[in-house]
Design a protein around this ligand. Sequence first.
Ligand code: C2O
Ligand code: CU
Ligand code: CU
Length: 514
Amino acid sequence: MSKKIQTVMFIMSALLISGCSDDAQSNDQNNRHMMNQNSNEGNHHMMNQNSNEGNHHMMDDSTMGNGHMSHDNVVSLKDSTGENELNIPPLLTSDAADRTEYTIKAQTGKVEIFDGVTTETLGYNGDLLGPVLQFKKGETVKIHTINELDEETTFHWHGLEVSGEADGGPHKTLKPGEKELIEFEVTQEAATLWFHPHPEGKTSEQVYKGLAGLIYIEDSNSAKLEIPKEYGKNDIPLVFQDRVFNEQGQLDYKSVMNEDGTIGDTLLVNGTVNPVLTVGKEQVRLRLLNGSNARNFTFKLNTGESFVQIATDGGFLNKPVKLNEVTLTPSERAEIIIDFSQLKSTDSLSLINEDGSILLPFDVLDQEVEDTQTTKRLNDFAVTDEEKNMPVTKNIELFGMMEHVEINGKKFDPDRIDFTQKQGVTEVWEIYNKKDMMGGMIHPFHIHGAQFKILSRDGVEPQENERGWKDSIAVHPGEKVKIAIQFKHKGVYMFHCHILEHEDNGMMGQIEVK
Ligand code: C2O
Ligand code: CU
Ligand code: CU
């Protein structure tokens, strides 16, 4: 990456922060204008042209933009040049031959993300990100968690149905050098979950620097389904994260942090910059995780052709759902299958974002491969009439922006329990994203320790691809979402906005399940 681009990136990120904070009014106009231009490709263009001129121009012009930063209006990602083969994280091997027992260390690392530049990072059992953990439904899993960082951390299993004790929320901090053995039974169906740290007020920085990994749960259903399942070949993990690298090629979180969600112009997929994925002419399953702090992604093929979604956050959909695009807000997952043998042309094919930026180019190998059929019937997920008719017993109101975010008018207090619910009893929660004067923004709302069902969005049944288990849900400004949720285990669990800076700013509450 050239010095010039890096400098421009640095200036831009500095503006992103200062322009949005309360005590930087003078920058506000420039920032707004800049953001506005970004949506019109100003920025995208500028970065690709490798020129400082565009930037200057934008700053001198004093036309006002329209309102505060929204996530529809953020800096575009630079196109992937496709020069680096995508990194496929290793599958973690068990410490024992006859059972699942893992050792996971949170550690500091150094990685050559850009040629010839060493970037300081964090990782699990490695320099950046983590290995994939595999659990089987019904088994007891032991995990030795070890904190080798020089600060506190926790090990949170996002989407996993475990006791509050094992969940790794902000109460379960490990000091530097500390270890803890976690043990739990896997009680939920096949799904793609993930793990990441959750220390109070520090989650965003630790995730930003590289702490995140995937968890695959398999069960008897997933074992017998005819879907692509050769890891790294036609079953590909894809962790999408946007970042800002400074002039030295470092992830200087403090200098780019935005209270409303830190957004970057550089995409890493599985920690790889400018990735390309080589696939056969066959059905390929992509397990998508939006692992960003704040950016929303809308994934589609550059040809506009369709694919199918087969799984949501917490399990398989009942049948493959045909889509032209799928949107994931931070922490949401979707498993999709692209049939590379059926596409019109496989030349310069790529997965792109809503605004057209190239996220992941595909290099499609020429030889035909024996094809997998996708089973028509994948699962037996159902919302019962009883659940549909249950009254709302918990109300969640999401409100605010920047450091003023809150839930039900309150900020997180580790000593306050906001709600209680009985173990094994289904309740209906209504989550309302209350607009502010500026219109508001999407809040991805997440609940620990359980998978839930979406009953309705503003009174309407959810889209087909949301009729499956969820642990995170995008709630749009002004929208009211009803979900049915049951906790299988006891303990204290967090619920929060998964824009990590909102979480760290206190957009989080606690429920105790008794
Ligand atoms: Cu992804 Cu509270 O977590
Ligand atoms: Cu979680
Ligand atoms: Cu939020």
